[in-house]
Design a protein around this ligand. Structure first.
Ligand SMILES: C[S@@+](CC[C@H](N)C(=O)[O-])C[C@H]1O[C@@H](n2cnc3c(N)ncnc32)[C@H](O)[C@@H]1O
Ligand code: SF4
Ligand code: SF4
Length: 332
């Protein structure tokens, strides 16, 4: 994974430090639409939703001025359904290399031209969901042709050499056997890989959660083999400590200590603040402090270990060290 240039790294670290001290979020996830192109088995989104109250692109600047995160995820639903997505990304940028911007998408609607436009507008990292290394991906997502579209587009965009594409594979009991094959696919396509962990909280389905002793043994065996494939290019984007914590999350069926609402938060498509995408208590932009008092301080939910959480549960020194050594440049 491409390291962030030194100047931008220093700015991210400076703003992150200020936000940590001031109880501001380090990461904000903008869910820019609830509508989706897919109907995935592990998700509570799927198909069209009422988009009439979506925030217009120009409003995102106001949220950025108030929240000042150093990292932004643009997500959904399927963000590529927004015809004004490029403008939204532009509005999020402060013009000085911040925030570090990650577009989280299935790429069902991605094209060559749109990838380049979104890069130019300010996307630093493209997180592309891939649940299976073959056509089973189409069935899991109820989107015929998705895998062959990715198989064509992802390696081609990878060859442009920007090194900003990360396959995002959510581990479930269904794709446990594919953990290494997903890594093979990332290598074959010349892109990076990030594992994330299934949460039953979205749909209530426990079948997709690997919990039996045999499943946990397989998870550990396969992740051990993936660990052995790390190299200096940082193509396995999760840190070792994050993957270790992911194993513990599955083993204990949960992970306590969540700081949703404080270290990170979600802005819904219609502009409400939520602690995360799976807690539906809504606050207006001006009442972030009340969300911390009412929700974060009393939160005992341990029901996910999705990426946005796994980055931010750590102590500040550990977070800083992992990001400086893994993502950000400490040398020119
Ligand atoms: C909610 S989707 C939104 C962006 C886009 N539609 C996509 O699929 O990439 C963001 C990520 O959440 C993951 N996801 C969906 N349901 C999940 C669940 N129950 N537990 C953990 N991750 C989940 C998806 O696989 C995807 O990588
Ligand atoms: S995981 Fe993404 S693509 Fe699948 S239904 Fe959920 S929002 Fe849509
Ligand atoms: S553990 Fe935290 S981020 Fe995950 S669902 Fe619960 S409150 Fe949300």
């Amino acid at each position: 994974m491409r390291k962030v240039p030194l100047r931008q790294s220093l700015k991210v670290i400076e703003r992150g430090t200020r936000n940590w001290v001031a109880d501001r979020p380090l990461v904000v996830s903008f869910e820019v639409t609830d509508s989706c192109t897919c109907h995935c088995r592990h998700c509570d989104h799927g198909g069209p939703r009422d988009d009439s109250r979506n925030l217009p692109a120009a409003e995102y600047r106001r949220y950025m001025r108030e929240l000042r995160p150093c990292v932004v995820q643009v997500s959904g639903g399927e963000p590529l359904l927004r015809p004004d997505l490029v403008e939204i990304v532009r509005q999020i940028q402060d013009g000085d290399g911040l925030p570090y911007t990650i577009l989280v998408s299935s790429w069902s609607l991605m094209t060559d031209a749109l990838y380049l436009e979104l890069r130019a507008a300010g996307v630093d990292q493209f997180s592309v969901s891939l649940d299976f290394p073959d056509e089973r991906h189409d069935r899991f997502r109820s989107y015929p042709g998705l895998y062959s579209h990715l198989e064509d587009l992802v390696p081609r965009m990878g060859r442009l050499g920007y090194d900003d594409i990360v396959l995002n594979s959510c581990i479930t009991s269904e794709n446990l056997g594919e953990i290494e094959a997903l890594a093979d696919r990332a290598r074959e396509w010349g892109v990076n890989l990030c594992y994330s962990a299934y949460s039953p909280r979205r749909t209530g389905c426990r079948e997709l959660f690997p919990a039996s002793p045999e499943q946990l043994a397989e998870l550990n065996r396969r992740l051990d083999r993936v660990e052995a494939r790390r190299d200096a290019t940082n193509w396995i984007v999760n840190s070792r400590s994050t993957l270790d914590a992911t194993r513990r999350y599955f083993e204990h069926s949960g992970m306590p200590g969540c700081r949703a609402g404080q270290r990170f938060l979600v802005v819904t498509a219609d502009g409400a603040l939520q602690p995360c995408s799976m807690q539906f208590c809504r606050y207006p932009l001006e009442e972030r402090g009340r969300m911390i008092r009412e929700f974060t301080r009393h939160n005992t939910c341990d029901q996910c270990y999705v990426s946005i959480r796994s980055y931010l549960d750590k102590s500040f020194p550990q977070l800083l060290w992992e990001n400086v050594s893994g993502f950000f440049s400490v040398r020119t």
